[in-house]
Design a protein around this ligand. Sequence first.
Ligand code: NAD
Length: 262
Amino acid sequence: VPLPFSGKVAVVTGAAGNIGLAVATRLASQGADLALLDVDAAKLEQARATLLEHDVRINIYTCDVTNDEQVRQTVETVVAELGQIDFLFNNAGYQGAFAPIQDYPAADFARVMQINVCGAFHVLRHVARHMVARKSGGIVNTASMAGVQGPPNMAAYGASKFAIIGLTEVAAKDLAPYNIRVNAISPAFMGPGVMWERQVELQAKAGSQYFSTDPKEVAQQMIGSIPMRRYGNINEIPGVVTFLFSDDSSYMTGVNLPISGG
Ligand code: NAD
C-alpha cells in the first residue's frame, strides 16, 4: 500500500524546533520528501539525523526567513533539487520578550514582527508563486491562541499571531483560484519544552496581576485556565497539520484550527 503522501514534497520552516520537527517526522512517516528550513544550521543537521530511518529524501537548507532574497533563492533551490513543492508548513517563529506594553522593548517588538510576520510572508509568497504555476498546493501557517485572544505581557507575539491569522485569510482568498488551500493552526500551551518553561518563567518575572511571581504557581494557573486541565503534547499537533494537507479537508480554506484543550 503506498503511503498517503508518497511522491509529495513538503517544505517545513522552523524545522529544527519542537513543532517543526514533530510535523516533519509525521510527514516523513507518511512518505513525503522533505525540505527542512531553519536559521540554526547545527540544530537542523541534528533534526535531519533523527529522520534518516524514513525512506524519503530529506534536504536541509539553512535559511533566515527574515531575508526575502535568501528565501527566494532557497525556494528556487528546493524546486531544483526536489522537483516541486506540494505542501508548506510555514512555522518558524520567536516568542519575544515578556513585559507590559509600556515597558515592552521596541527592538524586540520589531524582531518578533520580522520573524513571525515578514518571515512567514516571505516564505508564503515565494512558495505560492511556484504553487500558482502548478495550480495546486496546501499551506498551513502556525499561528497561536495568542493570535485569537491577546495574552498579557506579549505585545509583539500576540500582534504577530493575529497578523498570521489575517495573512491566512487573505492568502486563502488570493490563492483559491489556483487550487491552493491556506489554513492556520493555533496551539496554546504546549509542553514540556523550552517554550513552556520560558513562558512560565517570564510571565512570573513580568509580575502582572494575571500571574503569580512564582513560576510553579504560574504553571498551575495556566493549566487551571485550560478546560482539559493539562498542557498539550507536541505530538498532538502533527495529525492536525496532515489533516489540513490531506483531501479530507478539501473544502476547508482560510480557517484557523485551535489546538488548545478547549
Ligand atoms: P522552537 O523555538 O522549538 O522552534 C522555532 C524554530 O524556528 C527554531 O528552530 C528556530 O531556530 C527557528 N527560527 C527562528 N527564527 C528563524 C528565522 N529567522 N529563520 C528561520 N528559522 C527561524 O518553537 P516551537 O514551539 O517549535 O514553535 C514553532 C511555532 O509554533 C512558532 O511559530 C511558535 O510561535 C508557534 N507556537 C508554539 C507554541 C508552543 O507552546 N510551543 C504555542 C503556540 C504557537
